[in-house]
Ligand binder design. Structure first.
Ligand SMILES: Nc1ncnc2c1ncn2[C@@H]1O[C@H](COP(=O)(O)OP(=O)(O)OP(=O)(O)O)[C@@H](O)[C@H]1O
Ligand SMILES: [Mg+2]
Length: 437
């Protein structure tokens, strides 16, 4: 095994929710980044990937466990570890050159040395000719190049990239990713290890020597897939497609809280009242169900095939699939998605029947929605403020997630004709109380 550079040992991190209760975002995270490797980190939104990177970058501190850099405890930021963020955190009033020089300036490097180092990196990353430009004069792709240049100019031995390509259009993102790989392979940058967080499974498989899959609640490393294919890799090759298949399998495994046999049974995905809900809109759920019913799938599809047919990102697709599984419309076996009888019934039904069927599944499978309905039944006036439910959710979820879970519950419940919602007052009502137009 090659030399470890950064080691996380049983790292834990808690954040306080709105009610003051602590919530574990990371728990027992063990991870070692070695010299010479690119590792990709995949996981659902909110699973703590960015938090883990910020801990590795020394931007925030772990509450438990140890972070070692070259065998020594990491205190604060280290010169040798740099992070590239998804958003282009550039200073708008500084030129490209000055933005790139900033970190060197903070180190107290002499102006001419700074300028020399910055010019070299600006050239490497394809920004020559734009030295004097202001960020707003650049395209998104160019701005992200500045962000990367700003990290590279510090000559870090560890580069942490948090969805560095995801705000870019697909082609620009791919090109930039390939260029970074080239710089890395040709040894033009002194970087010794790279950790990338991605929402794109293909990107992870194309880049990495090792793919880590993060589990949520609390975040921890769930599975690991070594990738020994030589670079450059071909996205269409059978080997790459097979690996993408495998990653899907591992990711849905962690999403569905299932056993190791590859099957999600209804029993095992049973939600609790305070659980987060898959962030899936009705239109997307119906779209995927209909797609699945059609030629050439006929109710049985390989996950990557479905992914190819939709415009959803991998992360969005997983949310939609989780929602469909949760509600009993589909299930997963060995990375394949299969439609249940109920799913087939749904696709064939007319709109009213669909809503009815959906509502019935919600009551059975989503405790939050059943709880809201029960509350509305009990209440004489038949309407309740949403805050009531938000407060409840905040016992187990962060403020942001509580909000998200309630938004989903409201969208689903309205569609299932279980309750109405007044967008002006934030009041949830029994449906029969809302005059139908
Ligand atoms: N400073 C903070 N205070 C409170 N909660 C936080 C803070 N930072 C992150 N969290 C919470 O920690 C959880 C993990 O967040 P994190 O950003 O690490 O997830 P992520 O895996 O990077 O998600 P995404 O894929 O959406 O970027 C989330 O529930 C988030 O709301
Ligand atoms: Mg993140």
């Amino acid at each position: 095994m090659s030399t470890p550079i950064v080691e996380l040992k049983a790292v834990g991190k808690h954040f306080r929710g709105a009610d003051g209760s602590a919530r574990a975002v990371l728990e027992g995270v063990d991870f070692t980044l070695h010299e010479g490797e690119i590792v990709a980190l995949l996981g659902q939104s909110g699973s703590g990937k960015s938090t883990m990177l910020r801990i590795m970058a020394g931007l925030i501190q772990a509450d438990e466990g140890q972070v070692l850099y070259r065998g020594m405890p990491l205190y604060g930021t280290a010169r040798g570890i740099r992070m590239v963020f998804q958003s282009f955190a550039l200073f708008p009033w500084l030129t490209v050159q000055k933005n790139v020089e900033l970190g060197l300036e903070a180190q107290g490097m002499a102006p001419d040395e700074r300028a020399r180092r910055a010019a070299k990196v600006i050239d490497l990353i394809g920004l020559s000719g734009f030295e004097g430009a202001l960020p707003r004069e650049l395209s998104g792709g160019m701005r992200q190049r500045v962000g990367i240049a700003r990290a590279l100019v510090m000559e870090p031995e560890v580069l942490l990239m948090d969805e560095a390509f995801s705000a870019l259009d697909v082609l620009t993102g791919e090109r930039l990713r390939e260029e970074i790989l080239e710089l890395w392979q040709s040894g033009q940058i002194p970087t010794k290890a790279i950790l990338v967080v991605s929402h794109n499974i293909e990107e992870a498989v194309m880049m990495a020597d090792r793919v880590l899959i993060f589990a949520s609640d609390p975040g921890r490393v769930r599975a690991e897939l070594p990738i020994s294919l030589p670079q450059p890799r071909k996205a269409e090759s059978a080997e790459v497609r097979h690996l993408i298949d495998k990653v899907y399998e591992l990711m849905t495994a962690s999403a569905g809280r299932r056993g190791s046999n590859g099957l999600i049974s209804e029993r095992e995905v049973k939600l609790q009242l305070g659980d987060r809900l898959p962030q899936a809109g009705i239109a997307h759920m119906e779209g995927i169900l209909e797609l699945l019913a059609e030629e050439p799938f006929h109710g049985h599809a390989d996950l990557p095939k479905i992914a190819e047919e939709t415009e959803l990102t991998d992360a969005e697709l997983l949310e939609v699939l989780n929602a469909l599984i949760l509600l009993g419309f589909t299930y997963l076996t060995n990375g394949d998605i299969l439609m249940t009888e109920l799913g087939g019934q749904y696709v064939k039904a007319n709109n009213t029947e669909r809503q009815e069927l959906f509502g019935k599944q919600l009551l059975e499978h989503v405790p939050l929605i059943a709880y809201i309905c029960h509350g509305l039944q009990q209440d004489k006036s038949g309407d309740l403020p949403e805050d009531l439910f938000l407060k409840l959710l905040r016992f187990t979820l962060s403020e942001e997630e509580a909000e998200r879970a309630l938004r989903v519950a409201i969208e689903w419940g309205r569609y299932g004709d279980l309750f109405e919602y007044n967008f002006n007052t934030g009041v949830i009502q029994r449906p029969e109380l809302t005059p139908k137009l």
